[in-house]
Design a protein around this ligand. Structure first.
Ligand SMILES: *Cc1c(COP(=O)(O)O)cnc(C)c1O
Length: 355
């Protein structure tokens, strides 16, 4: 069967070259399988070193930050970040921009923090990004979600704050340039733009480590992992290996600034069609549209089966919207080629011509 056009929200598409190389390493990686080598072996230590180095290179991570690959997904990151950022006030500011932020808030409360939702877009089913967010220094930190995978909104300009900042970047990390020095903890599940599920990336400012006001269980303490260079226990070896291959691939393409332009071209192509085509309507405020997850609906719901049939016939996969939004969601992570977006747009045009 020929390769489908994968618009799935996560786990998501990765470059075909990366799959080929990863497949080879499963069978033979310097005489063993990548799945059986010791994480303490020189071969794997080299993989970990290169993965950390490439993260730093791709995102221009300044000195004074550690790059860690842990487990538990971004869902554990909600708790880990809260526990590690708790200070004497035990009070945190959260921006609630959708389902993932809402879960992050719940975990901060589980960590024993008093949480204040200082901005939210809940009043309009999270179809926009709150603006002019103000926060004072009675809070230990502020938490934001850079891209809202489910609702299809994104901080197109990441805000800056005068207090420590934690950001869940699960679904747009490596898709655009960021200024890491504006953040104290960045975390991201690998499976949205980095690699296969299993690893969770943390980029942590070293000066925040070991300063929590609460007792943190060993694994959940980021200092544990920073002190052991991300090798406190067995890391998710295969996921890190594939993430490393994917980062190599990204750097070969020219890095984040080049992929950012491609991502912009893909987003422009699809949003222009949504705006032009009378059979479709975007779900979110134009200025807050995500370049990663494009949400849209049919203007006439009764045509749903026909449209679904049409994109299915073209080998398009994963276009169904999340149940809380309905309609469609086209996730266009780094590895999705422009040609796949062109195929979707052609289906939409053809659909309009029929009606
Ligand atoms: C997918 C996602 C999560 C959850 O990630 P897991 O690794 O499955 O726990 C959290 N935040 C955002 C923004 C996501 O897109």
């Amino acid at each position: 069967m020929s390769k489908k056009h994968n618009f799935g929200a996560g786990p998501c598409i990765l470059p075909q070259d990366v799959f080929s190389e990863a497949a080879k390493a499963v069978v033979n990686f310097n005489g063993l399988s990548i799945l059986e080598i010791s994480h303490r072996s020189a071969d794997f230590v080299a993989v970990m070193d290169e993965a950390q180095y490439l993260v730093k290179k791709a995102l221009n991570v300044p000195d004074g930050y550690s790059v860690l690959f842990l487990q538990g997904g971004a869902s554990l990151g909600f708790l880990i970040s809260a526990m590690n950022m708790a200070r004497n006030n035990k009070k945190a500011a959260y921006v609630d921009t959708g389902a993932w932020s809402t879960k992050a808030i719940k975990e901060a409360k589980n960590a024993g923090l008093q949480v204040e939702i200082i901005a939210t877009s809940k009043d309009k089913n999270f179809n926009y990004i709150p603006k002019n967010i103000k926060v004072d220094n009675t809070f230990d930190y502020i938490h934001i979600t850079s891209n809202n995978t489910i609702f299809g909104t994104q901080f197109n300009t990441l805000p800056k704050f005068d207090i420590p900042v934690v950001c869940d970047m699960s679904s747009d990390i490596f898709s655009r340039k960021i200024n890491v020095s504006n953040f104290d903890i960045i975390y991201a599940g690998a499976q949205k733009n980095l690699g296969p599920a299993g690893a969770t990336l943390y980029i942590v400012k070293d000066s925040i480590l070991g300063k929590s006001s609460i007792d943190i269980p060993t694994y959940l303490n980021l200092k544990t992992h920073a002190d052991k260079d991300s090798m406190f226990n067995t890391p998710p070896v295969f996921s890190i290996y594939v993430a490393m291959l994917n980062l190599r691939h990204l750097m070969k393409l020219g890095g984040v600034s080049v992929i950012e332009e491609t991502n912009q071209a893909k987003a422009d192509l699809l949003y222009n069609e949504i705006d032009r085509n009378p059979l479709f309507k975007g779900v979110v405020e134009k200025e807050d549209r995500s370049n990663m997850n494009v949400t849209f609906v049919l203007t006439d719901e009764s045509l749903q089966d026909e449209f679904n049939q049409m994109w299915n016939n073209e080998g398009i996969e994963g276009l169904k919207g999340h149940r809380s939004v309905g309609g469609y969601r086209a996730s266009m992570y780094n590895a999705l080629p422009l040609s796949s977006v062109e195929i979707l747009v052609n289906v939409m045009k053809e659909f309009a011509n029929k009606h």
